[in-house]
Design a protein around this ligand. Structure first.
Ligand code: PMP
Ligand code: GLU
Length: 379
């Protein structure tokens, strides 16, 4: 027996592929895992130590649903300092991973029959989170560089939320200020909310990250989401957060209190250290990601595979329509080249011609992947 709402939810393709790549590797195959979006670096030592000493100090009890005050203070200060948002610790809720923040925000804002605009190929969990709320997705169009095109055409009387994810998973596209201003104008004109998932904000190249919530007119209609998984290589710790208008946060907290209760107490202490401690390892990781991006983009282009240059995150999203489209190409990659990747169709109908390759893997493995892809396509 399953409820109709649950029955509409499909499995997370990214997590499915991650599990499959791990299984095949355990069976002894030399799989190059470009499937899941997970930094291959270890969590910086000083953050690990903060988590460990918190356990030793006995911080193993329940904490407030919205998070420990020290972490909410550190997050609010970060959002004011780096993102120009007007936030106090009371407006912040800490969650077990940014995924829960996305889920909670969309449950608070959407209801049966509402529509949420996703701009082009979008992260695998957005559509299911919208569906959990009984709402549906309207796919906004994008151009070849994955920038929004004629977004107004996706808005109607049912639209309630536009979801912004810059830098984007899976395309790596970054929305500059003029693009965000256009989205702001639409949100204001149509009285919409914007949910802004900024989890890749620090993994950005040659662009400045701008929080849409900082633009005039957006304070009362933006929920800003972020987390520790990507910037601090803390995927398994499960730590994220969100902030938004007081009324929205009231309902978010209610949902959290009846579901997850809180994020793990000692993990939150590690989060304080991540935000307030030295940031040099973040910069080092981003520097390495940039080298890998350039290596992979130019390698794919040399093989004749069209690929736009991502401005952020750690994914490339090349067009493989010449090779039968994203699904066929991904199957072939695994079978013939032992490379795990994610088909673009997992990110919505606009991704069917593409494949997502994560470059959160070493330069040596990227070079080997390019060699294997070249052999596979006869180049
Ligand atoms: N948003 C985006 C765009 C992501 O790629 C991810 C990665 N899983 C998340 C949110 C959630 O991250 P986490 O739950 O690990 O904090
Ligand atoms: N966000 C990452 C990805 O897209 C991690 C897996 C997930 O949570 O979807 O691969």
């Amino acid at each position: 027996m399953v409820s109709a709402r649950m029955a509409s939810i499909h499995e997370s393709t990214t997590l499915k592929i991650s599990a499959m790549a791990k299984k095949l590797t355990a069976e002894g195959l030399d799989i190059i895992d470009m499937g899941v979006g997970e930094p291959d670096f270890d969590t910086p030592r000083h953050i690990v130590e903060a988590g460990c000493s918190s356990i030793r100090n006995g911080e193993t009890h329940y904490a407030p649903t919205a998070g420990i005050l020290d972490l909410r203070k550190a997050i609010a200060q970060k959002l004011v300092r780096e993102n120009s948002l007007k936030v106090s610790p009371d407006d912040v809720s800490v969650t077990p991973g940014a995924k829960m923040a996305v889920f909670a925000a969309l449950q608070a804002l959407l209801q049966e029959g509402d529509e949420c605009v996703l701009i082009g190929p979008s992260w695998v969990s957005y559509e299911p989170c919208v569906a959990f709320a009984g709402a549906s997705v309207a796919w906004g169009r994008v151009d070849e560089a994955f920038q929004p095109r004629d977004l107004a055409a996706s808005i109607n009387s049912k639209t309630r939320v536009i979801l912004v994810n810059s830098p984007s998973n899976p395309t790596g596209a970054v929305f500059d200020k003029n693009v965000l201003q256009e989205i702001r104008d639409l949100a204001v004109d149509h009285n919409l909310f914007v949910v802004s998932d900024e989890i890749y904000e620090k993994i950005i190249y040659d662009h400045e990250h701008i929080s849409i919530g900082s633009l005039p007119g957006m304070e009362e209609r933006t929920v800003t989401i972020n987390g520790f998984s990507k910037a601090y290589a803390m995927t398994g710790w499960r730590l994220g957060y969100l902030t938004g208008p007081k009324e929205t946060m009231k309902w978010v907290n209610r949902l959290l209190s009846h579901s997850v209760s809180q994020a793990t107490t000692f993990v939150q202490r590690a989060g304080v250290e991540a935000l307030t401690g030295p940031q040099d390892e973040v910069a080092a990781m981003v520097k390495e990601f940039r080298v890998r991006r350039d290596l992979l983009v130019s390698g794919l282009r040399d093989l004749g595979i069209p690929c736009s240059t991502p401005g952020g995150a750690f994914y490339v999203f090349p067009d493989v329509s010449e090779y039968g489209g994203g699904d066929a190409f991904t199957d072939k990659l695994l079978k013939d080249a032992l490379i795990a990747a994610t088909p673009g169709s997992a990110f919505g109908p606009g991704g069917a011609n593409n494949v997502r390759l994560s470059y959160a893997t070493s330069q040596a493995r990227i070079n080997l992947a390019l060699e294997r892809i070249g052999k596979m396509i006869g180049k």
